[in-house]
Design a protein around this ligand. Sequence first.
Ligand code: OGA
Ligand code: MN
Length: 295
Amino acid sequence: MATTLGRRELRRLHPLLGAEVLGVDLGKPVDDAAFALILDAFNEHSVLVFRDQDLSDEQQIAFSRRFGPLEQTTRSVAKNPKIAPEIADLSNVDAEGRMIPPDDTRVVYHSGNQLWHSDSSFKRVPALASLLSGREVPPAGGETEYASLRAAWTALPAERQRRLDGLVAVHSFAYSRGLVAPGLLTPEQERELPPVKQVLVRTNPVNGRKALYVGSHASHVVGMPVAEGRALLLELQALATRPEFVYRHAWRPRDLVMWDNRAVLHRGRPWDAAKHRRVMHRTTVAGDGPTVSEA
Ligand code: OGA
Ligand code: MN
């Protein structure tokens, strides 16, 4: 039987963002009516939580594809050859199921996810949505936090909004991974991912809601001295990640969390990675085009 979903089967998780979607089994084909409700909820709430989803990679990929074409993982040191290219494997466990030591380059590389960011904002076409499946989660720590970039925009006085709207920022993976540790990327990886331009203020085409598009990949602002632009981006990021704008997701095994990279920043929280396994598989829905025309 295909999954159906009634209108009332949504539970708000936070006043500003996040809703739990009840009564849906994503392992089965989701019918068009249920999918339309999920898509509406995604555009409205920015973060959707689906509990008790015992998904294989294939099932996760099939559901994710309903939202659009998927990104393939950028070649990284952490790549596990047994896993499909549509799956980003954020685990501290290797292809043989052994725990990877916390100081291993693969784990340090993923620790960049503990900085506030929007997925793939360092790509010319940044990600629309990410779907993260908690296959094994630690008993404490390892939460994922989501911050509302819409709330940040709304909090700004109209005069400030007017001056920010239309600005363009340069996003760079080499810059953000440089914040984690120097020399984390090989020269080849740096060449694969040159800096790109992104608008600073994004508008959701469905409901017109605006969001401040910042995060750790955002390096500086076009037409401003680097230091000044960087200070502006950090100020706006600090605004967006004020505690009252943040939903913290405490993982249970088999949670699937989906978020709108146009409307939220996210970051992983630390856990005792020497003791506990954390196996997380992400699919990433590509955006429909660049945010600036001549990026
Ligand atoms: C991601 C990410 C953080 C986490 O999946 O894109 O940043 O908590 N995850 O694992
Ligand atoms: Mn991420």
